[in-house]
Design a protein around this ligand. Structure first.
Ligand code: CP
Ligand code: NVA
Length: 299
């Protein structure tokens, strides 16, 4: 069998995904003692900032017996224009896996094509699959199952929204998105998702959230969109997940946010800090979900 990557949820079968979540839960429970990454190294390339992804991958690799290398794209020759396909082949001679956070999804695909070791997408402008693994684990933990759950996405049709659509398509749960006009998710990803599961998109947050079991949001301006931030604040007015909007969700609904959060913009302080929020478990679950992924891809 050739090497396996995680560039998007398209790299997972439904069973792969459920197995990863089960392994992550076992790892979290503390019963897993194996060191599948012993003597192995993960290169972590970052062209954008990160707190959770960087720390959870580094700590997770170490907990599995391996070593993680933090490589800022500013400090490696990539930042001076060395082609990705060259870096892919060189790094593959040194390390056992590569995690990359960057802008273009095509760069991650090029890296995976030329690398002979597994490549993991640690976020692009298009997708954030590692976050989705943690989010799905959080739902299973909090609500017992994903089956029959209704998930609402309120806000930007960004990388997180696209990955939610892919996850819904793979696992078959219902997803409702509320996005302002002009900020819809990727059209191709949406069309594909809509062929596989019940997807709905609206401009009305109340319509999307009505009776939802899981309520999700994310920043209005993602990394790389800093200059659009003021313009986006106007476009997203009315898309704040606050107590008034939450009143329309299911009574036991949980709230997720991949973080970092902007209180008072996409989510109120009251909701983020409130009893329905699972954001700290969600952040912790990055560690467990990625350990499961590392063990599967690099173990
Ligand atoms: N949620 C997430 O990916 O956080 P970081 O940007 O801190 O890695
Ligand atoms: N949509 C956000 C997610 C950060 C984890 C961004 O891309 O900046």
């Amino acid at each position: 069998m050739g090497k396996r990557d995680l560039l998007s949820f398209d790299d997972l079968s439904r069973q792969d995904c459920l197995d990863l979540l089960d392994l992550a839960a076992r790892m979290k429970a503390g019963s897993y003692r194996d060191l599948p990454l012993e003597g192995k190294t993960l290169a972590m390339i970052f062209a954008k900032s990160s707190t959770r992804t960087r720390v959870s991958f580094e700590v997770g690799t170490q907990q599995l017996g391996g070593h993680a290398l933090f490589l800022s794209s500013r400090d490696i020759q990539l930042g001076r224009g060395e082609p990705i396909k060259d870096m892919a082949r060189v790094l593959s001679r040194y390390v056992n896996g590569i995690m990359i956070r960057t802008f273009a999804q095509s760069d991650v695909e090029d890296l995976a094509q030329f690398a002979s070791v597994p490549v993991i997408n640690g976020l692009t402008d298009l997708l954030h699959p590692c976050q989705l693994l943690a989010d799905l684990l959080t739902i299973k933990e909090s609500l017992g199952t994903l089956d029959g759950r209704v998930v609402a996405w309120i806000g930007d049709g960004n990388n997180m929204a696209n990955s939610w659509i892919e996850a819904a398509g793979l696992l078959g749960f219902e997803l409702r998105l509320a996005c302002p006009e002009g900020y819809e998710p990727d059209h191709t990803i949406f069309e594909k998702g809509a062929r596989r599961t019940k997807l709905m998109i609206t401009e009305d947050p109340e319509e999307a959230i009505a009776g939802a079991d899981v309520v999700n949001t994310d920043v209005w301006a993602s990394m790389g969109q800093e200059e659009e931030a003021e313009h986006r604040k106007k476009a997203f007015a009315g898309y704040c997940v606050n107590a008034a909007l939450m009143a329309d969700a299911a009574p036991n609904a949980i709230v997720l946010h991949c973080l970092p959060a902007h209180r008072g913009e996409e989510i109120s302080d009251e909701v983020l800090e409130g009893p329905q929020s699972r954001v700290w478990d969600e952040a912790e679950n990055r560690l467990h979900a990625q350990k499961a992924l590392l063990a599967r891809l690099m173990g």
